[in-house]
Design a protein around this ligand. Structure first.
Ligand SMILES: *Cc1c(COP(=O)(O)O)cnc(C)c1O
Length: 381
């Protein structure tokens, strides 16, 4: 199957042996009748497995070209499960413009469990190797990064990772498997906040992991069941439904993303536009190599770098909604310095480019002209 068929049919055989329903039923049940102790149809208790969640997990594995999928109650619950494969003393190398919630989980929870994190630029192999020692077990990468849209070369990261026997995890939330498939590029684990593009309609919070290695999969399934941060059947159904139109939505997100990025780039009040599809983007060539298109996430700064002007802009937009999150059909705008990235200290923020005037747009799939006119009027004011 090609990708655009997998989104609809991938892993969806025999989802309802009872009535052959075409869509996966929502199995809203915690438990399953057994005819004799241990004799059942593969499901015992819904923390361990639930048929709706299993249907989603198979769909996730299919669209990421992986063998094993796992669905969690949120993206952070999925990340939490991955870090729980480590032991006190272990070290992780991660990017210095990481999603704020991942940064908080690493530094405020797992640091106290004796796991050490290095937040560095992942674009330089020598720099990565300078931070690797006998305790290093994992590389945690995000590409494109949030909110600066930096691109990391997954293939070259995987070379370093394999050379030093590390687990390479890629947070693929921004790109989605429509644009980029990290397992094919050598990653060991691909993670999603399915809350964003996979769900696609801003109506659910859910996280996922996909892996190819059986031993790693078993470790993660064990943690999923033992720690219990699973996705519920209703939420699994919503993400399954979202995935069916992922290819259509991502195509339109990318087209609208291009229009918005090109509009902003020529606007006299705009200082800098961050969108990996622009030839002026510093990592444009890597993006072109590993991504099919460039998506709908666009960040920009305004001339003068005024905090007040940025707040005014997000207050004045009308078609765009001022809100956290991203990846839904509707366009959203955010101010990272005061919203998603407020948990990162100001000096750290500045170092990575999250300046006071930075605005992050999640460009939706509305009419292009309406979106551009809205940005135009908000910039004017
Ligand atoms: C939202 C997000 C997360 C966290 O996912 P939740 O579903 O909110 O827990 C992780 N990584 C990235 C890149 C995100 O955008």
């Amino acid at each position: 199957m090609k990708f655009n068929t997998k989104t609809i049919h991938g892993g969806q055989e025999d989802i309802d042996p009872g009535y052959n329903s075409v869509m996966s039923p929502i199995y809203q049940t915690s438990t399953y009748a057994q005819s004799s102790p241990g004799k059942h149809k593969g499901f015992e208790y819904s923390r361990s497995a639930n048929p709706t969640r299993t249907a989603l997990e198979k769909s996730l594995a299919s669209i990421e070209n992986g063998k094993f999928g796992l669905a969690f109650g949120s993206g952070l619950a999925a990340i939490d499960a991955v870090i729980k494969t480590l032991k006190p003393g272990d070290e992780v190398i991660s990017t210095n413009d990481l999603y704020g919630g991942s940064y908080r989980l690493f530094t405020r929870i797992f640091k106290d469990f004796g796991i050490k994190f290095h937040f560095i630029g992942l674009d330089n192999t020598e720099n990565i190797e300078a931070h690797i020692n006998d305790n290093t077990k994992m590389i945690w990468a995000e590409t494109p990064t949030n909110p600066m849209m930096n691109i990391v070369d997954i293939q070259s990261l995987s070379k370093v990772s394999k050379k030093h026997n590390l687990i390479l995890c890629v947070d693929n939330t921004f790109a989605t498997p429509y644009l980029q498939q990290p397992l094919d590029l050598g990653a060991d684990i691909v993670m999603h906040s399915a809350t964003k593009y996979l769900g696609g309609h801003s109506d659910v919070v859910l996280g996922s992991l996909v892996v190819n290695d059986k031993v790693l999969a078993e470790k993660l399934y064990f943690i999923q069941n033992a720690s219990g941060a699973i996705a519920g059947p209703m939420d699994s159904f919503l993400v399954l439904r979202g995935i069916k139109t992922l290819h259509l939505r991502m195509q339109r997100h990318s087209e609208n993303g291009r229009s918005v990025a090109e509009f902003l780039q020529q606007h006299p009040k705009v200082e800098q536009v961050y969108w990996p599809g622009l030839p002026t983007h510093p990592n444009h060539n890597i993006a072109k190599k590993q991504m099919k298109d460039f998506g709908g996430m666009v960040s920009f700064t305004t001339k003068g770098n005024s905090y007040k002007d940025a707040i005014k802009f997000v207050e004045n937009i009308k078609v765009f909604t001022l809100a956290e999150s991203l990846g839904g059909v509707e366009s959203l705008a955010g101010h990272p310095a005061s919203m998603t990235h407020s948990s990162i200290p100001k000096d750290e923020r500045k170092k990575i480019g999250v300046v006071d005037s930075l605005i992050r747009l999640s460009v939706g799939i509305e009419d292009q002209q309406d979106l551009i006119e809205d940005l135009e009027q908000a910039l004017r004011s």
